[in-house]
Design a protein around this ligand. Sequence first.
Ligand SMILES: Nc1ncnc2c1ncn2[C@@H]1O[C@H](COP(=O)(O)OP(=O)(O)O)[C@@H](O)[C@H]1O
Ligand SMILES: [Mg+2]
Ligand SMILES: [Zn+2]
Length: 531
Amino acid sequence: MAPSIALARKWRPKSFTQMVGQEHVVRALNNAIESGRLHHAYLFTGTRGVGKTTLARILAKCFNCQTGLTAQPCGQCESCLSIDRGRNPDLIEVDAATNTRVEEMRELLDNAQYMPVSARYKVYIIDEVHMLSRSAFNSMLKTLEEPPEHVKFILATTDPQKVPITVLSRCLQFNLKQMRPDQIAGHLAHVLEEESIPFEEAALTLIGRAAQGSMRDSLSLLDQAIAYGASSVKETQVADMLGVISEDYLYQLLEALKNQDAFSLVTIAQSMADRSLSFTQALEDLARLIHDITLLKATNTAKEALGLSDSLIPFTHHWDPKTLQLFYQIIIQARQDIALSPDELSGFRMALLRMLAFVVNEEKPSRVETTLESTELKKKQLNNDKDVVPETKPPHAVSGHIPPSLAHWSELVDQLSGSGMAYELARQCQLKEFHAGQLHLIIDPSQKILVPYQDRLQSALEALLDMDIRLTIELIKSDGVTPAQIEEKNQQEALLAAKKALETDPVVRSILDEYGGKLIESSIKPVTDNS
Ligand SMILES: Nc1ncnc2c1ncn2[C@@H]1O[C@H](COP(=O)(O)OP(=O)(O)O)[C@@H](O)[C@H]1O
Ligand SMILES: [Mg+2]
Ligand SMILES: [Zn+2]
């Protein structure tokens, strides 16, 4: 049965122990009360729905419980009960956001001088205190400066920056934290168990995330989910309700990516389209997962600190950090590009396939790299030399048979590597002539798509060389060599050198001989300076 009153109200914690999170605040308040060190003004700050008002009311009970000043108010006495019901004559609760009438606020505050009706203290809870008018602040300040023994102020605000420093400096300030998704999901599970409403944990994870740190929002979403799901809380229904993608799909996608299974990727994307899921949302969710995997891989404390899911751990072993960075870039870029793609499904599919095209499973190449590295280590030890330059490094200088001027052009182009399409264009060009600011380049007609970036290249070169340049680019088929071709040639040479080094290396040789091994050529990767 759906609960008849809003869950957020019904489940407002009535004691410190029922609070979720905010341990730092609860501990400090507990200690202060137990040791009788009371302040006359408290300020709770934090975003909405994290427990400011709740804590303020619990604190009011601590001050006024008839069992005496206590960190564990009884909840049974007249004072506690009437505070819980919001009908206690000595608790004056004002919402400064709605109560903007100046005279009214001033009158309330001026009344502070009179004794409480029945309790120990007259307690003022002023919510959204930053909204008070200047004159209201002034009359509050008068009381704050010379507080009568019987008055306690508990202020709360989402925007402490707007509270005058004169007020701030007279309050004991506590910053409440946003709720983590796992804290929220855990609390919702508890609430649902108590309410005897069946649920799927994954549904609560979705709500936990959607609530963006607010416990109140999560409980309102839960109300909606219960209504939507006719008194049960299921993942697919909550996903529909929130317009989010169920984790199932995302994990299936990661799994397919891991298995380098293009067919599955395309099929999953299709079934998402069949359910009219938002691909923009899917990209956002994927980016988050890749982010989480990267973080998990980078630091093993991230899981606890950020409440990351265990189910991501298997993926952390699968891709190296660079691949993960690349995935992230591809996804983020795809989110921008999706508007330009023929339709959302195509845009999404292309992003998936692009990731697949870049996938480097960590195991294969790293094994060869390790071999290479340990081989070098061995050599170093043999030679007792720390700075052996391994022969396997690719020759970085351009080989002798390339004209010097062209080698120079290539170096120049290298320095443009930060300038996007201008760099791409430059890489595909051959230098014909450079004289008195006149730069004449040649590009193969097959690359003419790059020519529109000519202006950008000209500016980039002008900035680099700090001189005026007149750039002309001629579209002709030529037999010359471009920086792009040089780079490719260098890479091939480096690969050959690496292969040769591996084959002739005594350690590798002995492994191959002893175990009847075979070098997998496609897995050899030269170790370069920047890898
Ligand atoms: N830390 C918390 N632990 C448990 N429930 C919370 C917590 N913070 C907020 N809530 C839930 O959200 C509702 C609103 O909280 P409230 O204290 O009024 O938030 P705030 O004043 O910070 O906006 C509460 O009634 C309670 O159900
Ligand atoms: Mg509040
Ligand atoms: Zn009591």
